[in-house]
Design a binder for this molecule. Structure first.
Ligand SMILES: Cc1cc2nc3c(=O)[nH]c(=O)nc-3n(C[C@H](O)[C@H](O)[C@H](O)COP(=O)(O)OP(=O)(O)OC[C@H]3O[C@@H](n4cnc5c(N)ncnc54)[C@H](O)[C@@H]3O)c2cc1C
Length: 461
């Protein structure tokens, strides 16, 4: 069996080990720009990209504590999906429903926008828009997913957006003995996220954006970002630090770092792919609470992820031992979906932190007077949403009259999480309940109503 394959010193992700990045240097000395961006993930990179697209003469700098893509943007499942956390509550409120529907449509378009930029800028990020398949792997999932299709229909989204697939239709796309039906949406592309990060870095450098690696912002206040070896003067500062936000002075408890863990198999044989399908590189998962998600990579592996957890005190972890039990559990979940994978080698194991806001709803915001802007809190759905956030931040900063600046997620600030040990307690209960309810459902039983209500209350409150 192939051994675990890690890049020397840093086990960032399979994506990281298979991509090179143009070397960058730290900031040394003081500089002045129009817009300074803190964080070199997708949020920061897309914001810089759209700022320069709108105003090529604008001075833009990005400071990144490690290297671009070090955070979730270089470690994720590569689903550029037209979905966003917290939409259910936005749809439920009559006051925000209309603008939430516009936000949803804008997210769908964002999947194509990423493809457009990749194509036009020559970024080979293995973009394949094959859609996404949410498999009903338990009897109750059929009920839940069919209700979801009906809910989308009630909001005006038709078969071209969300479609129920019966078992025979699923088999044309993916073959799993667990599948009892599925919800299919075409609004998803599988990508190689680190190639997108590194491609964007090259494009930005070509546009004159200054990008500094190994340059942590120690603090940022009006007009100034302070780093260990130099300061940046800027009239607008963008916070794009997602799960790492908690370590910034004055911003503690805004976003809770939650972990998701991933594995990648060795490249699979044509015989195995003939059995599994996924010819269009559709992404796949099922509706369990402790999410699972997978994609067929361009080099014919499966990259597959599952729940991780939370560290007391919002401690940030960036290194994960390949021996951790969670990786074996993740592999088992994958094998349950596709028994043909038994015995196949797992070559990469890694994890990463995503950011959860207190109300589980991502936001984009600006305070012109204070000279600051922010975006984040995507929970686990930021690969596409960061592009929309970046475009929206650029519009807001440059005061563009665009259809994006009044979308439902614009304007709010991050709420504040409870202090410990309440935070840890709440998340631990959520995880335990989620596991228990998923277990009941996957075993074919009806989940306890009382426990389901408690779970929903924690997740929505
Ligand atoms: C394992 C995993 C799987 C996921 N799968 C998917 C998926 O398939 N689809 C999807 O839509 N979403 C997915 N997500 C979520 C998605 O990856 C994120 O929402 C998205 O990448 C967030 O981008 P970002 O730029 O806001 O944050 P990040 O990519 O985390 O970037 C923040 C950056 O800020 C830097 N930074 C932090 N503090 C400082 C400082 N003080 N000074 C300077 N720099 C700083 C960090 O080093 C980091 O590079 C996943 C996340 C994880 C962890």
């Amino acid at each position: 069996m192939p051994k675990v394959d890690e890049s020397p010193g840093q086990n960032i992700s399979f994506w990281h080990t298979t991509t090179s990045q143009t070397p960058l240097t730290p900031l040394a000395g003081d500089i002045e720009v129009d817009v300074a961006i803190v964080g070199g993930g997708f949020t920061g990179l897309w914001t810089a990209y759209y700022l320069k697209s709108l105003d090529p003469g604008l001075g833009v700098a990005i400071v990144e504590a490690n290297f671009p893509g070090y955070g979730a943007s270089g470690r994720n499942g590569g689903w550029a999906v037209g979905e966003m956390a917290g939409m259910a509550t936005r749809f439920a409120d009559p006051e925000t429903r209309e603008s939430a529907i516009r936000l949803q449509r804008a997210l769908f378009d964002t999947v194509d926008e990423i493809g457009r930029v990749a194509r036009e800028e020559g970024i080979d990020c293995h973009y394949a828009k094959g859609g996404t398949i949410n498999l009903a792997t338990a009897p109750i999932h059929v009920e839940h997913l069919q209700a979801e299709v009906a809910h989308w229909a009630s909001l005006g989204f038709g078969e071209e957006d969300f479609r129920w697939l019966e078992a025979d239709e699923i088999a044309k796309r993916v073959r799993s003995p667990k599948a009892r039906g599925a919800l299919f949406s075409p609004h998803c592309a599988a990508i190689h996220p680190f190639r997108l990060v590194s491609g964007l870095v090259d494009v930005l450098l070509g546009q004159g954006v200054q990008i500094f690696s190994e340059t942590p912002a120690i603090r940022f206040e009006k007009d100034k970002v302070s780093t260990p070896n130099g300061n940046i003067k800027a009239s607008m500062i963008v916070q794009a630090t997602e799960a790492y936000t908690d370590s910034l002075p004055g911003r503690r408890r805004q976003l809770l770092p939650f972990y998701s863990m991933m594995i990648a198999t060795e490249p699979l044989s044509q015989e195995i792919w003939d059995e599994i399908g996924l010819a269009a590189r559709e992404t796949f998962g099922d509706p369990r609470r402790m999410v699972i998600y997978g994609q067929r990579t361009a080099d014919d592996r499966i990259a597959f992820g599952a729940r991780g957890g939370y560290q007391f005190g919002s401690r940030i972890r960036s290194e994960f031992s390949p021996e951790e039990k969670v990786f074996e559990e993740t592999r088992q979940s994958l094998e349950e979906l596709f028994p043909v994978l038994k015995g196949v080698g797992v070559t990469h194991r890694w994890g990463g932190a995503l950011g959860i806001p207190r109300d589980w709803r991502p936001v984009v915001g600006i305070d012109r007077q204070a000279g600051k802007a922010w975006a984040g809190g995507y929970v686990g759905e930021g690969v596409a949403a960061t592009n929309l956030a970046g475009r929206t931040l650029a519009d807001l900063i440059l005061e563009q009259d665009s259809p994006r600046v009044d979308l439902a997620w614009v304007g709010a600030s991050f709420g504040t999480w409870e202090p410990e040990p309440l935070r840890w307690l709440g998340i631990s209960i959520m995880n335990r309940l989620g596991d228990r309810l998923d277990g009941q459902e996957l075993a074919g039983a009806s989940p306890s109503r009382a426990l389901s209500s408690v779970y929903d209350w924690i997740v929505k409150k």
